[in-house]
Design a protein around this ligand. Structure first.
Ligand SMILES: [Cu+2]
Length: 333
């Protein structure tokens, strides 16, 4: 597998034939703001990437300088999944994604409805610290900061995952995954709701209703007046715990199917791709459609609030929104 990895200092390294599993797991930095010219030059020097031509197209994450895609596709083929799977089904990636959610969701859900027990929260923090997901120093200060940035962090973190996939697909000469413009009809040709939901016996009525509810919610959340009424952090949390979660539920496989694929230790499973668990959801192809779709709301928010681009460091650029909530952990803050 061809791999391009980036350091937080924007240096490029490792175009070796090894997996990306060390990246995004707290052991190595995540993709920060990188020089698009340098990264695309590096991609062009790969053996497989030039198959797609040199012209860069915007496929998802609009408004971000990190654009590497040369082709954009709605469908996700098995060939694409064969590139994505080894990265995101690894033990370290499963642990990393899950721990990130445990900490963030634990913090956001500290409340009367579904409180996270203090001991559980501490356990999650310890686990995150051991994975280098939380800074060793100033943890109190850091957590305080998270209380006003966690929603952005949700956006940022999943955008990093999309960048990782875009990079890996392009490096392997494959198209990136386009984001849905709207939630597909439940009987869509390419992205239908799972068959088991469509089976007779009353479930179909729920399916239609759920689909209708989600679509109406998405339309409301996409309106400029709404997007002007809240911060990016607030929008991130609003979507994370409502529409985004509902989409995960909607596209999830049947219980029998999940059981079949998720036997034994979920963290070490080569096949488990249940959309209802943060250990495995990223292994499911729907995850990438759901997350590129949810990510698009960043751009809608930017546009509604008169921004054109988003960056970790705007450097005085015009109409640029600077991320406030980035990664959970040491890099990059
Ligand atoms: Cu996630």
């Amino acid at each position: 597998m061809l791999v391009l990895a980036l350091t937080a200092d924007n240096y490029l390294y490792a175009t070796a034939q090894k997996g990306l599993t060390g990246l995004f797991c707290g052991k190595a930095p995540v993709i920060g703001d990188v020089d698009p010219v340098a990264i695309n030059h590096l991609l062009d020097m790969q053996t497989v990437a030039p198959k797609l031509g040199k012209k860069v197209v915007e496929c998802n994450i609009p408004g971000d300088s990190f654009q590497v895609c040369r082709k954009c596709q709605d469908k996700i083929t098995e060939e694409q999944m064969n590139v994505i799977r080894p990265m995101v089904a690894s033990y370290s990636h499963r642990l990393w994604h899950d721990t990130w959610h445990l900490v963030i969701d634990g913090l956001v859900n500290v409340g009367p409805i579904n409180p996270t027990e203090p001991e559980e929260l501490k356990e999650n923090f310890d686990r995150a610290k051991s994975l280098n997901l939380l800074p060793a120093k100033d943890i109190e200060l850091y957590l305080k900061k998270l209380s006003t940035t966690s929603g952005e962090s949700f956006f940022y973190m999943h955008r990093q995952m999309i960048k990782m996939v875009n990079l890996e697909l392009t490096a392997n000469g494959l198209p990136c995954i386009s984001s849905w413009q709207t939630i597909p009809q439940y009987n869509d040709e390419t992205w239908p709701a799972p068959i088991w939901l469509q089976e007779p016996g009353g479930i179909e009525a729920n399916l239609i209703q759920d689909h209708k509810d989600m679509t109406m919610d998405a339309v409301a959340k996409g309106k400029p007046e709404y997007l002007r009424s809240l911060t990016l952090h607030q929008l991130g949390n609003e979507l994370a715990y409502n529409l985004h979660r509902q989409l995960h539920d909607f596209y999830t496989d049947s219980e029998a199917e999940v059981e079949r694929k998720c036997q034994g230790n979920e963290y070490k499973s080569p096949t488990c791709d249940s959309l209802s668990s943060n250990v495995s959801s990223q292994v499911n192809r729907h995850f990438w459609k759901i997350h590129t779709y949810i990510d698009f709301f960043i751009y809608k928010w930017l546009s509604a609030n008169d921004y054109k681009i988003i960056s970790e460091n705007c450097n005085g650029k015009e109409k640029c929104y600077q991320w406030k909530g980035t990664y959970l952990g040491n890099v990059p803050q």
